[in-house]
Design a protein around this ligand. Structure first.
Ligand SMILES: [Zn+2]
Ligand SMILES: [Zn+2]
Length: 384
């Protein structure tokens, strides 16, 4: 026992003269893991720091407490390393606490049982037919595959596939960045080629939606989301004067009138609402969404070319920041001379703290912190 333990002893070498830093490898089940131990000046193990590679960290995940405890009680570095090795090797430490179950579970997570050989051969053949240039990523055990495609407008898209060991008997899980669910039809005769075909067909059907969204993103100032994904159907577009329009586009009917609401001071927003309802008959689904919005609202959206985003993204007058827990200042003082924007939550806290404020249902009436003119805050559950 003693001899065999010594033989497999972890190899750590001091890295400095004071012998407070050790680096080296610990070998577990035939694999070597890098680790580094930093000791305090008194070389006491109980105040040591263990730094290890992420692979080793993954294995140690369930043993954090035991490792900490062994560190507290080990008289010196060598005995701690022997303890650590025992924990890693057998799933129990010298006190005999059995960690077998945890250890087994961990092992399974690390390396799933290998699939049958035809799994690999059929997969490699399918990728060959599809074209290796479509392959962007594949992991070492061929269980995750990323394929790329370009749509008719030249946008690049990714399809991530998680293959199960029973592939192709079982359908792989597909992950895409689409605004609609992507469900593949799968038979045991299906292959990567059929999934890829369905992916291309879905790209084709979403082309009009992305064309609409791209035009908005290119030609207007989108305040939210900051970096729209291909699945994002909502946009908040700057209109100038601290006002904005929030639209929710239907990916299946992208040029139809979207669900929309205005945000900003009454004197700016009210006339826009009136125009929208007066001109609604002008809406023409043959035109792009942006063109329709311009026609119906009788406005030109502030263009990206001659303005900075900061021209629209005015900080909240209470907390002096722009982003606050994902919200932007969407409450604006109605006094045209003031027009100061606030976060809903900031204005709510402010008004609630004032004796002069009144509340009726979800509406609070108070005074603007800037100009002292009356201000109304309608509390909404809308995430903005
Ligand atoms: Zn604020
Ligand atoms: Zn004001």
């Amino acid at each position: 026992m003693e001899a065999s333990l010594l033989r497999q002893c972890p190899l750590l070498l001091p890295q400095n003269r004071a012998k407070t830093v050790y680096e080296g490898f610990i070998s577990v089940q035939g694999r070597d893991f890098h680790l580094r131990i930093e000791l305090p000046e008194d070389l006491q193990m109980k105040n040591a720091r263990l730094l290890c590679s992420w692979q080793l960290k993954t294995i140690l995940n369930g043993y954090h407490q035991i490792v900490q405890q062994r560190m507290q009680h080990s008289p010196d570095l060598m005995s701690f390393l022997m303890e650590l090795k025992m924990v890693l090797e057998t799933g129990s430490d010298s006190t005999g606490i059995s960690m077998k179950e945890v250890a087994l579970k961990k092992k399974q997570e690390l390396c799933p049982p290998p699939p049958p050989p035809q799994f690999y051969s059929s997969l490699v053949e399918e990728i060959g037919i599809l074209g290796w240039d479509k392959l962007v990523f594949v992991d070492t055990c061929l269980s995750t595959i990323k394929l790329k495609a370009e749509d008719a407008s030249g946008r690049k898209h990714l399809l991530t596939l998680k293959l199960k060991a029973k592939y192709p008997a079982e359908s792989p899980d597909c992950f895409v960045d689409f605004p609609v669910p992507f469900s593949v039809s799968w038979t045991p005769q299906s292959s990567l080629i059929s999934i890829y075909g369905q992916f291309l067909a879905a790209l084709e059907s979403l082309k009009a939606f992305w064309d609409v969204m791209d035009e908005i993103d290119e030609k207007t100032w989108v305040l939210e989301p900051e970096k729209p994904t291909r699945s994002a159907t909502a946009r908040r577009i700057a209109l100038g004067n601290n006002a904005s329009i929030h639209i929710e586009v239907d990916p299946k009917h992208p040029t139809m009138l979207p669900e929309s609401c205005f945000l900003g001071a009454d004197h700016v927003v009210k006339p826009l609402g009136i125009k929208l309802s007066r001109n609604i008959h002008l809406w023409d689904p043959e035109n792009s969404l942006l063109q329709n919005l311009k026609d119906v609202l009788e406005i030109d959206f502030p263009a990206r070319t001659n303005l900075e985003k900061s021209d629209f993204s005015m900080d909240c007058g209470i907390c002096y920041s722009y982003q606050l827990d994902g919200a932007i200042p969407d409450q604006v003082c109605d006094n045209p001379q003031c027009a100061q924007p606030f976060h809903q939550i900031c204005l709510y806290e402010w008004l609630r703290g004032l004796l002069t404020s009144r509340q009726s249902f979800n509406i609070i009436f108070g005074e603007c912190p800037y100009c002292s003119k009356p201000i109304t805050l309608k509390m909404s559950g809308r995430k903005s």
